[in-house]
Design a protein around this ligand. Structure first.
Ligand code: HEC
Ligand code: HEC
Length: 340
């Protein structure tokens, strides 16, 4: 009797253990991933534990300073999806006459976007970690989102298959009728079916992209084509001016790079970028830094071709005179191991 009871308890214990490991194990993995990604991509500005003036870049940043992520009364006003949308957004040109920015839009240029650097899944892991910094728990259910995307993909595939069949049948019927009457096939007869199929293909591609983006980094495997950097002489000055504006007011490069005494120190000083770096290299780097150095802390900021060209032109003009090394080559943060 006693032995049997012990046996039952033993089995129960093992079962509970397995259950706890699978439930907790998965959550832990997500938490661990969020922690590592935060350490690699956020801590230099926001601090390892999210406090003011804790990150090594905090005091070098122009205003506004990186948000205090431990401030529960402020952070609790943001929903999980608001935090997600801040980390994963398109940068806005905050110059006068730049982009239209709504009252509720978050558009601080020196808070970079990670939309073009990390997968959606990774960004959710970071949101979960940020929640912990002010003692909250993420409520957003990533598993549900995954299921929704998978279901949407299945539906889109089904719609496309159906639309293809309908189109093929309509086309076949039209050509059979034309053959009977001995006339040319009239494309207009099945134009509607064709339009439906084309749309279904677009929807399928979009569902596929959303699904891929959930787990795959957007820049992965994307190589940047060699740019045409020629500019008409009369346009050079305007392009350089635009590049300067975008550098500060749209992409907040100054949050991480310094010019003279001003600016962040996450990346190297760019005072002499015009001497040291070649235009094609700069352009490619700006479009997809991870393609050239997978573990770099510099995110891909989603520069359009035109923006990348203007910023490249501007960097080409940065030709400060050489100074003693100690003055211009500020120490660059050591590059950490890849965070994936
Ligand atoms: C180059 C420095 C820098 C980096 C890197 C950085 N941030 Fe920020 N962050 C800022 C600045 C500046 C603000 C704006 C503060 C303000 O509006 O008062 C900000 C604001 C925020 C906010 C508040 C948004 C809101 O709606 O008010 C959150 C959340 C945040 N950052 C999270 C992150 C996370 C997570 C990462 C890493 C994936 C990150 N940040 C990386 C500088 C940075
Ligand atoms: C979140 C911080 C961050 C932001 C924002 C950022 N960079 Fe960087 N950048 C870096 C880091 C870090 C490096 C060093 C590369 C490495 O070794 O990982 C770097 C490297 C570079 C380099 C190569 C410098 C050299 O001497 O090798 C250039 C050029 C550059 N960045 C330009 C820009 C421009 C232009 C922008 C804005 C469009 C920008 N960066 C935005 C962090 C940043």
């Amino acid at each position: 009797m006693k032995a049997a009871r012990l046996y039952v308890m033993g089995v129960l214990g093992v079962l509970i253990g397995v259950w706890a490991m699978s439930a907790g194990g998965c959550a832990n993995e997500q938490q661990q991933k969020g922690h590592e990604l935060y350490g690699h991509y956020c801590s230099h500005c926001h601090g390892e534990s999210g406090r003011q003036n804790e990150g090594f870049n905090w005091s070098s940043m122009p205003d506004p300073k990186p948000k205090d992520l431990t401030n529960k009364s402020e952070m609790s006003t943001l929903k999980d999806v608001d935090i997600f949308n801040t980390i994963s957004r398109d940068m806005k040109d905050t110059s006068e006459g730049g982009d239209v920015i709504g009252d509720d839009d978050f558009a601080v240029p020196t808070m970079p976007t990670f939309k073009y650097t990390l997968s959606e899944d990774e960004i959710w892991a970071i949101v979960g970690y940020v929640r912990g910094l002010h003692g909250m728990k993420m409520e957003f259910k990533v598993e549900e989102r995954k299921k929704e995307l998978a279901a949407a993909l299945l539906t889109a595939q089904g719609n496309f298959d159906q639309a293809t069949k309908t189109y093929e049948a309509a086309e076949k019927q039209a050509s059979e009728e034309a053959e009977k009457k001995n006339v040319e096939v009239d494309d207009a007869v099945y134009a509607k079916e064709m339009a439906v199929m084309v749309q279904a293909k677009k929807d399928l591609d979009a569902a596929q992209a959303a699904s891929n983006n959930l787990v795959t980094r957007p820049g992965k495997g994307v190589s940047v084509a060699r740019p045409d950097l020629t500019v008409k002489p009369e346009q050079v000055a305007k392009m350089v001016e635009l590049g300067h504006r975008l550098y500060e007011n749209k992409y907040g490069c100054n949050g991480c790079h310094s010019l003279g005494a001003e600016g962040g120190k996450v990346g190297p000083a760019l005072d002499r970028a015009g001497f040291r770096l070649n235009g094609t290299w700069i352009y490619r780097w700006l479009k997809n830094p991870q393609a050239m150095k997978p573990e770099t802390r510099m995110p891909a900021l989603g520069l359009s071709d035109a923006d990348a060209k203007a910023v490249t032109m501007y960097l080409g003009t940065l030709r400060a005179p050489a100074q003693p090394d100690a003055l211009i080559d500020k120490p660059v943060a050591p590059v950490e191991k890849p965070a994936s």
